[in-house]
Structure formats: C-alpha cells, structure tokens
Design a protein around this ligand. Structure first.
Ligand code: FES
Length: 184
C-alpha cells in the first residue's frame, strides 16, 4: 500500500514527535526525581552526632525536607523543665510526632532533639535560636516555638513542629526512618 505525500508527512511528523517526547522523558526524569520527595528511595538516613557540641544544631536534608538534629545542653534541659511559657498544645495532643516523642522533651532521649524545620503555619523554614526559652523562630510571621518545638499561644502556627520517626543505632548515631505505617 502506498501512502500519499500528505499521509507520509503526517506519519513522519508523528514518529518524530514520539521520539521527542520519549527523549524528553529520559532527560527530565533524573531532574524530577531529585525534586519530588515521593520519588526518593532513601527510606532511612544515618546522622552522626559526633561533631555536635552541647547546644549545637545540625541541619540535615532527607526525602526533600530539612530537619534539625540538636544536642541539647544541660542549660537547655533545665530551661525546658522550668519553662513557664504559654503553649498552644503543651502536651502535643494535636501535633504530629511518633509515640516515643509524646513527652515534655518531644524526643527519644532528652539530650537529643530531632525535628522537621518547617513551620506548621505555611511551611517556612524556622531558625534555631535558643534564647529566653525560645528554641525556634519562624521568619515569615514570627511564630515562636520552645526548645521542644512547641508553639507559643500567640503564634500564627497552629501546632508544634513535626517530629520524624528515628532510632538510635549507636550512642552517637541516629537513623531517620519512615514509620511503619508511612506511605512510601
Ligand atoms: S509560616 Fe511560620 S508563622 Fe507563618
């Protein structure tokens, strides 16, 4: 069967378009993969606390989000225990954390604090401040969080900072990992 020139041109155009779309898909896949957290294959990440002096924080990136890993100093722990700051959700009932962090320190061990760095208002990155009982501050609408990431009553943010699932794999290494019921 012979094709008319018009049909041949139409067919060639479709073949070229098909190759172009396929090529673009191959080219953009790695880029998209690096930007979309759901594409991430890193279901866990080990973080060393070795270089962290008491009071210091380290920012870690995992599955497209930033987290603070902080070694609390004795002063921070004392300040947290004696704090009289007015908190919106003091017992974290309305906030997101694993069961092991549903305590006053919001952590597995009091001396190490791990939290996502996104403000729970509109998701801006908070800063670690450690001043007058305030642990984290949001630059966007000035929400303050205490040293356990609990939001103060007059803040725009509705809930405490979100705590990820993690475990200690040795005295100085934590493993960030997906909770068992997480969607990968
Ligand atoms: S985004 Fe943090 S207070 Fe609005």
């Amino acid at each position: 069967m012979s094709l008319t020139p018009v049909k041949r041109r139409w067919l060639l155009t479709r073949i070229v378009q098909g190759f172009t779309v396929t090529g673009l898909g191959f080219l953009t896949y790695p880029f998209l993969k690096s930007w979309i957290p759901a594409f991430s294959e890193d279901t866990s990440l080990d973080v060393s606390l070795e270089a962290l002096a008491p009071g210091e924080s380290r920012l870690v990136r995992w599955r497209g989000r930033n987290l603070f890993v902080q070694r609390r100093s004795r002063e921070m722990l004392r300040s947290l225990e004696a704090s009289e700051l007015a908190l919106k959700d003091p017992t974290s009932l309305d906030s997101s954390q694993p069961a092991f962090a549903a305590n006053n320190f919001r952590s597995l061990r009091p001396e190490v604090f791990v939290t996502y760095s996104n403000c729970t208002h509109l998701g801006c990155e908070v800063s670690a401040v450690n001043k007058d009982g305030i642990g984290f501050k949001c630059p966007c609408h000035q929400s303050d969080y205490d040293l356990a990431g609990r939001v103060l009553v007059d803040a725009a943010a509705p809930t405490n900072l979100e705590i990820p699932h993690y475990q200690f794999v040795s005295g100085n290494i934590i493993r960030l990992e997906l909770a068992e019921d997480s969607q990968v």
